[in-house]
Design a protein around this ligand. Structure first.
Ligand SMILES: [Zn+2]
Length: 206
């Protein structure tokens, strides 16, 4: 075999290997750590209506999510675990200390139009989009409401976090029906169940 044939043979092998890897690798990644970001906190209430504060809903969902994921064997990092303000840059900086992680920011929505309802999931990066798609899909299986879809956004925590990152808006505090639903722990647990199933679909080890 002359050099040309040798080169072509190896090129063919390399191409075959790349082809196999491309087919074998799904659009998902392996991670062992979930960074949970309960939105707002302290002086920053987030959305509020009729004494229902978004910051409290976010923290409750974050704690429930921590419990569920720890039970499944994931390592969990909580950006906050009490009612305190953490600047957005700091949230991303904390997240970036970890490896093999995904980042999930928990929020509830608000609109000046009281009739607006539904759940939506934001992302910035391509990996974030895949994760957002899984989570949004599973949230829609958990909760019967309008599917507002997955959307891209330049939120600081999505932009500055170097992990697949999503921001979940789990319903509208400004809508009376959804606000009443959020007051029920079963609704908040349903949000958690959807996020957990979405994360597990994204985790290619499972
Ligand atoms: Zn918020």
């Amino acid at each position: 075999m002359n050099f040309g044939q040798y080169f072509l043979k190896n090129l063919a092998i390399a191409a075959a290997v790349v082809g196999i890897l491309t087919i074998a690798a799904p659009a998902a990644s392996a991670f062992n750590t979930v960074i949970i970001d309960a939105g707002h906190g302290g002086h920053d209430r987030g959305a509020d209506h009729s004494l229902v504060y978004e910051k409290h809903l976010n923290l409750d969902v974050a704690r429930r999510l921590e419990r569920a994921l720890t039970g499944l064997g994931y390592k969990v990092v909580m950006i906050r675990r009490d009612d305190r303000f953490v600047p957005l840059d700091k949230r991303a900086a904390i997240a970036n200390r970890y490896r093999n992680a995904v980042f999930v920011s928990i929020h509830f929505n608000s609109s000046w139009k009281g009739q607006v309802t539904g759940i939506e999931t934001f992302y910035k990066s391509a990996t974030g989009r895949t994760l957002a798609t899984h989570i949004q899909g599973e949230l829609m299986r958990s909760i019967r409401t309008e599917n507002r879809g997955v959307k891209t956004a330049n939120f600081v925590v999505l932009k500055k976090t170097r992990h697949p990152a999503v921001l979940v808006e789990g319903g509208f505090v400004s809508n009376r029906t959804e606000r009443n639903a959020m007051m029920d722990p079963r609704y908040r647990q349903a949000v958690v169940d959807g996020i957990v199933r979405g994360l597990m679909k994204y985790d290619r080890r499972r």
